[in-house]
Design a protein around this ligand. Structure first.
Ligand code: ADP
Ligand code: PHD
Length: 805
């Protein structure tokens, strides 16, 4: 004997019904019992009808929708297969609903009749489809014996076994069909087994009939490592132990009803999950002792939960308080999903379904009325909108560090853990978290435990030379990233006027056109919303602008859960207070703020300084050439060009800012020096840096770039004199930043051939760091310090660093 259960997703329309009939015929070799659910969504319609009638509302349109759907199915089946013999009594259903509507009350017994009606529809249709095989209709009410109420009833296995065996003996056949979800109590009254309870019906039948297998046919190939509807990269689990399947379904894996496994396990019947729409695919097999090396089999989640905490001095050390809490809830039929107790026994917390919350609160208030009046129990605390994320795997007990990895993953998803619980066999470990972040949490846990393909979700602000080059590099490096198992998506690009977002990831080929037609400008709230909607877990805002306004929002970016990668120097050189706020925001939010390209473009400066000073080194002195453009210009001066000629050449070669005064003023170098000083722990403001401009004070102030360039030759004579003076002493001029005895200065220095910076020119940067660990010879970093390629590469490297913990 085999038991095959087909869920609502397998019976949604006529085509599905026919598919199931074909499948059954193809499988036919020995006795089989088919357990059918209602056609997909029909139970929801019946539940809605009952509640509409109960509230005295006009339910005619709901009725119309239900009956026309059923009649269409009936007509389609009858057209191809002949008249249906046992069509359920719709008149009786309508009468009951009218009665409910009249008294504005729906007794559970009537509700059970109404909501189980869809199962009878399915069975009638299927019996006709299988008519040629003389499929026998088994009344669930004659076979499945239940105890308890009419809704969510429990099954009496012993009584059911007797009933099943008698029913089969009475009508010997090869194919039996029985409605799922339905049972009857000892008075023979119809009861239901809880939503999605047809799986449970099938398991009961399989156990009672000592079946060879209990197959659950649904719309997925088997049990997946996470719900495949939400986790696209979820993979099928081939084998699961009964315990694993139980834990998974209990903690929310909808593919199985939580009560299904126990009867199968008790009777030793293996349970198989198969896909009706893909019958040849190997499903998932659930049985005893499927030992596997994989520590974690799957991740499940359960939403719409509330946590209640009962606390107060009366709880401490008093025997029986916990049982009083749970007895009160059991008495009112409130099921508890998870329990934790503080080690001092001062409080007990537990989760219930939100739908049971009011009931639970009333039960507790009644039970603890006296204790509460005496001040022994405090008012029950309630946290709503929670979820539970659970890792499941029998083999977890043999592995260390899984809990740590689990919690680190939750923290990576910016999730705060409200409570945790682990069963003593270590087959499941659960965390109670904020419900809104549930999908993010599952996604990142799945990424870390299964796919091992971390993702980086990039939003680029600023599409100038560096921004554009970054996009080209991202495109070029896709294969490299893939090889290293990194999924880097560009989800947003923005310039100063427009923002373009694409949840599929922005195509590298046409982002410019898309951006050009966007009517939306950059707005943090909008991007934040986008991240939430798409459950992006590693969002990175990359600032390739020089905007003060954006820099002023970095703290908000970090608070909103973004990492920030900045080529823009404005934030690192704004007030020291803001700089500190930024560092604090990275720590508070567990997010990174990376700005390697702020000094020396692609040269590894900041990272080295942070490693050095983090390891306890101290800066003694610093000197360096920190500007690629001034390095180029001063090299040209050394070759005999005048100041104006050198400036024109540097400008034409793309070495300067559009307005060369930005370079010649020395402010940019001062900013870089300030960043270095702050890395070394100096609490300085930009105004504390002494700046010697290449230009005399007030020179060409307010003039246009062209006017400035035209006036520049007037400085050549004085500048030449300065160069010649230096040359007569065997020296060359360099634009140098220094930190010495707590004083920071940028300006022109004459250096002789023995000076380390003498040879630095043509756009190269050099930084000489004299420190406690590096003396008397300094630690030197040297290389090209300007250009969109090296800068974009530096930004790219920072983006990748957001993945490291
Ligand atoms: N771990 C999981 N593996 C497979 N499916 C899962 C898992 N968790 C949740 N599901 C969901 O369970 C659904 C199947 O259950 P359900 O819709 O109740 O089917 P049926 O109508 O056949 O009873 C799948 O479509 C899937 O989205
Ligand atoms: N039809 C019932 C019982 C059931 O088990 O359905 P499904 O197999 O489609 O989950 C319900 O929707 O609750």
């Amino acid at each position: 004997m085999r038991v095959l259960k087909f869920g609502g997703s397998s019976l949604a329309d006529f085509a599905c019904l026919e598919q199931v009939a074909q499948l059954v015929k193809a499988q036919l070799k020995d006795e089989m019992l088919l357990v059918l659910s209602a056609p997909g969504g029909m139970t929801d319609s019946l539940v809605a009808l009952a509640s509409s009638a109960e509230q005295g509302q006009d339910f005619s349109s709901l009725w119309e929708a239900l009956t026309s759907r059923c009649n269409e199915l009936k007509a389609a089946v009858e057209k191809g297969y002949g008249p249906i013999d046992h069509w359920p009594n719709f008149e009786e259903l309508k009468n009951k609903l009218d009665g409910v509507s009249l008294i504005k009350c729906c007794p559970d017994q009537v509700r059970a009749f109404v909501i189980s009606f869809g199962e009878r529809v399915s069975v009638s249709l299927m019996q006709r489809l299988l008519n040629s095989h003389k499929a026998v209709y088994l009344e669930a009410t004659s076979c499945v014996a239940s105890t308890g109420g009419f809704i969510d009833a429990e099954v009496d296995l012993v009584a059911s076994k007797t009933r099943f065996q008698a029913a089969l003996k009475e009508k010997p056949a090869t194919i039996y069909i029985m409605p799922g979800f339905t049972a009857s109590n000892d008075k023979g009254e119809l009861t239901t087994l809880g939503r999605n309870g047809s799986d449970y019906s099938a398991a009961i039948a399989a156990a009672c009939l000592e079946a060879d297998v209990c197959q659950i046919w649904t719309d997925v190939d088997g049990v997946y490592s996470a719900d495949p509807r939400y986790i696209k990269k979820a993979t099928k689990v081939d084998f699961l132990s009964y315990k694993e399947a139980m834990e998974l379904s209990y903690f929310g894996a909808k593919v199985l009803h939580p009560k299904t496994i126990l009867p199968c396990a008790k009777a030793g019947v293996p349970c198989e999950i198969k896909n009706t729409h893909n019958p040849d695919a190997q499903g998932s097999l659930i049985g005893n002792d499927f030992s596997s090396d994989e520590p974690v089999k799957a991740i499940s989640s359960l939403q719409d939960l509330a946590m209640l905490t009962v606390s107060g001095p009366g709880m401490k050390g008093k025997v029986g308080m916990a049982s009083k809490v749970f007895n009160a809830l059991a008495h009112d039929n409130v099921s508890i999903v998870l329990i934790t107790q503080s080690s001092c026994e001062f409080s007990i917390s537990f989760c219930v379904h939100e739908s049971d919350l009011a009931l639970a609160l009333t039960a507790l208030q009644t039970a603890f009325e006296l204790e509460s009046q005496a001040g022994l129990i405090e008012p029950v605390q309630v946290q709503r909108n929670l979820a539970i994320v659970t890792l499941v795997g029998d083999n977890m007990r043999a592995h260390r560090g899984l809990a740590a990895k689990f919690f680190a993953s939750l923290s990576q998803a910016q999730v705060n853990i409200v409570a945790i619980a682990q069963d003593s066999t270590e087959s499941a470990i659960s965390a109670v978290i904020d419900g809104e972040l549930c999908n993010d949490a599952v996604k990142i846990c799945h990424e870390n435990f299964f796919t091992h393909v971390p993702s980086i979700d990039v939003f680029l602000l600023g599409c100038g030379l560096v921004g554009q080059e970054l996009i080209s590099q991202l495109e070029r490096q896709q294969a490299w990233l893939e090889k290293r198992n990194i999924k880097l998506n560009l989800y947003g690009v923005a310039n100063s006027r427009q923002l373009h977002l694409d949840s599929e990831g922005i195509a590298f080929s046409d982002w410019q056109q898309k951006l050009a037609v966007s009517e939306q400008s950059f707005d943090l709230k909008l991007v934040e919303q986008f991240v939430k909607q798409n459950h992006l877990v590693n969002p990175v805002l990359v600032d390739c602008t020089s905007s003060d306004a954006l820099a002023a929002q970095y703290v908000d970016f970090l608070n909103a859960g973004f990492h920030v990668v900045a080529a823009n120097k404005k934030a690192t050189t704004s007030s020291y207070t803001y700089y500190q706020d930024l560092i604090a925001a990275t720590q508070k939010n567990n997010r990174k703020f990376l700005y390697e390209t702020n000094v020396g473009a692609g040269l590894p400066v900041i990272d080295n300084l942070q490693s050095l000073f983090g390891a306890g080194d101290e800066l003694l002195e610093f000197s360096g050439i920190l500007s690629g453009s001034l390095s180029y210009m001063f090299g040209a001066l050394q070759d005999g060009l005048s100041l104006s000629e050198a400036t024109i050449k540097a400008k034409e070669s793309g070495f300067t800012e559009p307005d060369p005064r930005d370079d010649l003023s020395g402010t940019d170098v001062a900013r870089k020096l300030l960043i270095i000083a702050r890395e070394a722990g100096m609490k300085l403001e930009l105004s504390d840096i002494e700046v010697e401009s290449v230009l005399p004070q007030g020179f060409a102030e307010g003039d246009s770039i062209d006017e400035f360039m035209a006036k520049l030759p007037s400085l050549d004579a004085d500048f030449n004199a300065r160069i010649e003076q230096a040359a007569s002493e065997g020296k060359v001029l360099r634009y140098v930043g220094t930190i010495k005895e707590g004083h920071c200065k940028v300006g022109i220095e004459a250096v002789d051939s023995s000076h380390a910076l003498n040879v630095i020119r043509d756009g190269e940067n050099a930084l000489a760091i004299l420190s406690q660990y590096y003396q008397p010879r300094p630690f030197v970093i040297r290389g090209y310090g300007a250009g969109s390629e090296v800068t974009a590469a530096g930004v790219f490297a920072d983006v990748l660093k957001t993945l490291s913990r």
